[in-house]
Design a protein around this ligand. Sequence first.
Ligand code: CO
Length: 147
Amino acid sequence: MKLGRLNHIGVATPDLDASIAFYRDVMGANDITEPFVLESQKVRVCFVNTPGENGTAGTQVELLQPTEADSAVGKWLAKNPLGGQHHICFEVPDIHVAREEFLALGKQVLGEPRIGAHGTLIFFVHPKDMGGMLTEIMETPKAGAAH
Ligand code: CO
């Protein structure tokens, strides 16, 4: 495994608009993307961009509101009604290599690599094999790609 940048922390919320207002008004975020629906995951998503050093992009908070109760995030929210940290996402240089490495270590990889909310290939690893954290592995976006 070649650990890359901590790309984002996924935070589930029962009310995306209220969470956006929270990050803007309480936390002082001034760079929050327009929400959009990611149909494949049945979520409405937006990103809170935190500043990095010297004007570079920092780590994001990915806000997720389920569009259907019968979805992965919907079921998680039923158990955690306030919302909260849902997953953590690290970048890797090559998604397919990373997947093979996790499988070789006996980790439970959840599904095939697929396009995630950032438009790049991702997969998830089960929290039972990751110290209790649902972990998203994302191929590092190519230079110049939107994220
Ligand atoms: Co994510």
